[in-house]
Design a protein around this ligand. Sequence first.
Ligand SMILES: C[S@@+](CC[C@H](N)C(=O)[O-])C[C@H]1O[C@@H](n2cnc3c(N)ncnc32)[C@H](O)[C@@H]1O
Length: 571
Amino acid sequence: MHLSENAISLKDRNIKSNIAEVKTTSSNVEFVILPYYKSLEEVPNKKNLFNQLNDFISRTDKRSTIAILTSPIFANDFCTQLKNDSYLKLWIAVKLTNPIEREDYLSDSHSALLIITRYKESLNHTKTRIGYTYCPCCDKTTKDYGGKKHLYHEFGTLMSDVWRDISVDFERYPSGVVNRLCDLFGLPQYKFVNVYDQRKYFKPIDKKHSFGEYPQTENIYSEKSKLLNGDCIGQLKKIPDNSIDFCFADPPYNLNKKYESWDDGIDIQKYFEWCDQWLSELARVLRPGRTLAVLNIPQWCVRHFKHLNRILDYQDWIVWEGLSMPVRMIMPSHYSILCFSKGKPKPLPALVRSKNTSFEKNAIEMQSENFCIRANCITKRKRLKIKDSEMASNVWSDIHRLKHNSRRVDHPCQLPPMFMYRLISLFTNENEFVLDPFNGAGTTTLTAQQLNRRFVGIELSEYYHNITSQRHNELSSGLDPFRKINDDKPKAKNSRVARLKKQKYEVSKKALQLEIKNISKQIGHIPTKEEVTQNSQFPIKYFENYFTGWGEVTAAARTTGMTEFNQNGKG
Ligand SMILES: C[S@@+](CC[C@H](N)C(=O)[O-])C[C@H]1O[C@@H](n2cnc3c(N)ncnc32)[C@H](O)[C@@H]1O
C-alpha cells in the first residue's frame, strides 16, 4: 500500500509499561496508543494524563519523534497543553475501520495521529508514496491525471496527511500504522519504533458531556440578506446576540498569501489574539443549538479549539482532503473544519429534512470511496445504475480545490462552490441566516442565495466586496456566478510561484519535459541549463520561457511516469 524510498525499515518493539515508568535513552519513534475518547469528560484524570504525556515527551531523546494515536477531541485538547520544547509537526487523520454512528449527525470516520518532535527543524522522514487506487467502474486511477501522467511516479502519489488506504480499529492493535511508521521513519537517525499501548491504563470513563445552557430564542433577526464592506469585528458588533443560524469562517491563514488589503503575515501571537476576538463575536451572534464552523490548517485549528472550547461546545472536526499536486515530502492536504455548537446542537438539519431537492441531495451525499470523476464513467454508472454515492461522513475527499483559472475570479483563495453547498445544506434549512465574516469573492453568500438561505457576508477589501456584489447581481439576473469564464486570467494567485504570460507554445511542455528525461538518461544525472543547451534539439529559450523554474523543467526526469490503467486488474 505504501512504498518508502531508501528506507531501512525500523524494527518495532512492544513496551508493556505505563509511559510514566518508561526511560528512553536513544533516538526512536515513540508511538503512544491512547483510547478513542468521544468527549473530554470520558478522559480519566485528564490533567494527570496530560502531565504524563508531556513528561514522557520531555524524557525522550532530542532527535526522537513521538506519534500519538487517539480521538480528534483529545488530540486537540492535548495539543493546547504541549510544552514549549516540543513541536506539533503533523496532524494525520487516519480512517476508522468502523465509523462511529452518531444520532442525528454525521458519522465519525477518523482518528488523529499526532506527530510531535523534540527538534524544531523540519520533520525527518523517508519519501513515501501511497499506491494509486482504481475506480471500481472503469478501473482507471481514481484521480484523473490528464496530460500530467509523465510527472507522476508509477507506484503512486506522495503520502498525504490523510490516511485512507489503511484504517484503525480501536478494539485492536493498529498494525497498519505501526508498519507505516517503521518505513516512514526508516532512517539511520532512529533505532526502533517503540509501541506503548496505553489503552488499558487510561480507559474511558462513563461520563456524559454537559452542554452549555442558553435561553431558546425565536428567529428575531428579521433583516434581509446583506453584503457588508468593512472590518469583520466592527461589523459583527452591529449584529444582535443569538441571531445567526450558521456561522462559517475561512479566515486569512497568516501564511503570506497576497491579499488585496490584508497583511497575511503578522506575528503569530497577534494573529491568534485577533482570531479570538472575531471567534467570540461569532459565538455571540450564533443562535443556541446552532453551529459555528472554522476552516483552517490543523495546527491553527488546534489554537482555535483552545479559545472556542471555553465559550462553546465541541461538535466535530471535519477533515477536508483537498488534494492537489504533491509539493512536499508529506503533502499537506488536510484542512480542518472545526465545528462548535452553542449548547446542545440541534439534529443536523439536512438529516431532519424529509424531502431534499435533488440539488441539495447532491451536496450532502459524497462520492463513495475510489469512484472517479471522469464524465464518461459517471454517465456509464448512471446507465448501469451503479450506486456511487453515500451520505457524507466527517471525512471529505471528493471535493477538489479550485484550480482552473476559468472558474476563478480575481481572488487568491476561493473555495469550491460544492464545499459551501455541502456545509450550508448540512447545517441549515431554507430561509435561515448564514454568516461569513471573511466573504472574499463571495462563495459562501452566493451558494447561500442559490440554496434560498438568507446571508450576511462581510469583507474588508472594497475590491473583493465589489466583485461579490457584481456576482450576486449576476445570480439575481439568472446567470450562474460559478460559470466558466474565458476572459483574461485573474491577477490573483493561490501560490507564490509567479504566473507566466499567456503564450503560444511552439512545442508542448510535455515534449520538452520528456526531452529532459532523455538527456538525463544519457548523461546519468539531471541536466543543468548548459547541458540542455548542448544536448537538446530544442532551443534553450523554450525551456526558459515556458516554465516557471528549472524544477518544473526537470520534473519528469525525477520520476518514472505513470499509467492510469490498473496494471494488476482487468483494465
Ligand atoms: C481566505 S479568504 C476567504 C475566501 C472566501 N472563502 C472565498 O471563497 O472567496 C479571506 C478573506 O478575508 C478578508 N479579510 C481579511 N481581514 C479581514 C477583516 N478584518 N475583516 C473582514 N475581512 C477580512 C480578506 O480580504 C480575504 O478576502
